[in-house]
Write a protein that binds this ligand. Structure first.
Ligand code: NAD
Length: 418
């Protein structure tokens, strides 16, 4: 397609997808990038440099195509999320973005949620692993090596809610009380109401993706995390549909924890993935106390949001924690953190989370050598004590670098290691 306000790179080819949804990637792909709001302008361009260095060191080249959302789009298009941006990501299949600001309580709805829905990016994948040299509040951060698959399109996050004081919310209250008979639950006076849809379709495609990942990456287990003891027909149903996928679709490649105990002493063969479940509040303490028992997690939108931030804190905090949103034949990588407005434009915050989100993107392209190089170069930089302010203040004898200086060190290390 032609673009009105986006500079399409002169070189480069488009990524395509096979009928099976597998990406077919040229050595010179065009990849859209949204720098994002707030600190996005500080970390976006330097992430580009690091990923390009890794691509070039492995005989490839990324043709970056800058697209716009949030503040930069308001300036250029007078809207938050231009059609061109959505189309560019749809057409080119793989993209990366920095954080986008969402106003609290009023104003426009989340652009992140909008992008995930418009592109049907149904799995938000957040790997949490520890890099040597990264300070952590826990004693053995290296025990954390977990990948969270967070459902991205449903739950109370999906945006079905009504504001207190409106006719709409009173209509919903009446329906709930008079038609559905749920009396004595909503207190008198103003109320805001939200709805929590959890579908079989949404649950099963997410859990499938988590199990596929566990099988492909030689992981031992997939844990379904839910609060189904209380929210039986939403979170409890998520658990039941999750087990259905495990039991009905994978033959003897997958076994549930219950079956494992019934049939043997609880020890699974090495090449079998065990599917179990944990209640969310218990899980939040287990990831602190029994960290190494968890491997791949599949959970709903809100639980996944809270849990992956908590996991991120164990491996160095938001400056480190990467993520990516997957749809069928489509990926949009993005760090876990937000736009940290108070640091915007200061060349200060840690670009590692966005750089490592780029690592997930490189893996999806099948460029595992480039992805490993990024990881190793980041680890080398941090272990040599060259870090941004967030890590420096937790370390003795570290050297505090600006975001751009730190990224240059990572690029130097990519060149040294390749
Ligand atoms: P935030 O993640 O932006 O920042 C919270 C704090 O974490 C910062 O003050 C800073 O101390 C630290 N931090 C974050 N990123 C860092 C980095 N790269 N390096 C070092 N320290 C870092 O969370 P918030 O303040 O709650 O949200 C700010 C805005 O971002 C809100 O508008 C929110 O909606 C949005 N947000 C966007 C995304 C996204 O785009 N995916 C995700 C979360 C929040």
């Amino acid at each position: 397609m032609t673009y009105d306000k986006v500079d399409v790179p002169e070189g480069g080819e488009q990524i395509t997808v096979t009928d099976d949804g597998e990406p077919e990637v040229p050595d010179n792909p065009i990849i859209p990038i949204i720098y994002g709001d707030g600190v996005g302008k500080d970390i976006g361009p330097v992430t580009q440099d690091v990923l390009q260095a890794a691509a070039k060191a492995t005989g490839r080249e990324i043709n970056w195509m800058r697209v716009y959302a949030g503040e930069s789009a308001r300036k250029k298009y007078d809207e938050n999320l231009p059609d061109e941006t959505v189309k560019a990501i749809k057409e080119h299949r793989v993209a990366i973005k920095g954080p986008l600001t969402t106003p609290v309580g009023a104003g426009f709805r989340s652009l992140n949620v909008g992008l995930r829905k418009l592109l049907d990016l149904y799995a938000n994948v957040r790997p949490t692993y520890h890099l040597n040299g990264v300070p952590s509040p826990v004693k053995e951060p290296e025990q954390m090596d977990m990948v969270t698959f967070r459902e991205n399109t449903e739950d109370v996050y999906a945006g079905i809610e009504w504001k207190a004081g409106t006719d709409d919310v009173e209509e919903v209250r009446e329906f709930v009380e008079d038609e559905m008979g749920a009396t004595d639950i909503i207190h008198d006076g103003p109320v805001g109401i939200g709805i929590k849809p959890i579908t079989e379709f949404g649950t099963k495609r997410l859990v499938r993706r988590a199990i596929d990942y566990a099988l492909e990456h030689d992981r031992d287990s997939v844990t379904l995390v839910h609060k189904g003891n209380i929210m039986k027909f939403t979170e409890g149903q998520f658990r039941d549909w999750g087990y259905e996928v495990a039991e009905e679709e994978y033959g003897d490649e997958v076994i549930t924890e219950d079956t494992l105990w019934e049939e043997s002493d609880g020890e699974a063969d090495d090449d079998v993935v065990v599917v179990n479940d944990r209640i969310a509040d218990n899980m939040l303490q287990q990831i602190l106390t029994r960290t190494d028992e968890y491997d791949v997690v599949a959970t709903m939108n809100l639980n996944g949001d809270y849990m992956s931030d908590a996991c991120g804190a164990q491996i160095g905090g938001l400056g480190i924690a990467p993520g990516a949103n997957f749809g069928d034949g489509r990926l949009l990588a993005e760090p876990v953190h937000g736009s940290a407005p108070k640091y915007a434009g200061q060349d200060k915050v840690n670009p590692t989370a966005m750089i490592l989100s780029g690592r997930i993107m490189l893996e999806y392209l099948g460029w595992n050598d480039a992805a490993d190089l990024v990881r190793d170069a980041v680890e080398e930089t941090i272990s040599s004590g060259k870090v941004t302010y967030d890590l420096e203040r937790q370390l003795d004898d570290a050297e505090k670098l600006a975001a751009s200086e730190y990224a240059k060190e990572v690029v130097n290390n990519i060149e040294k290691l390749s």
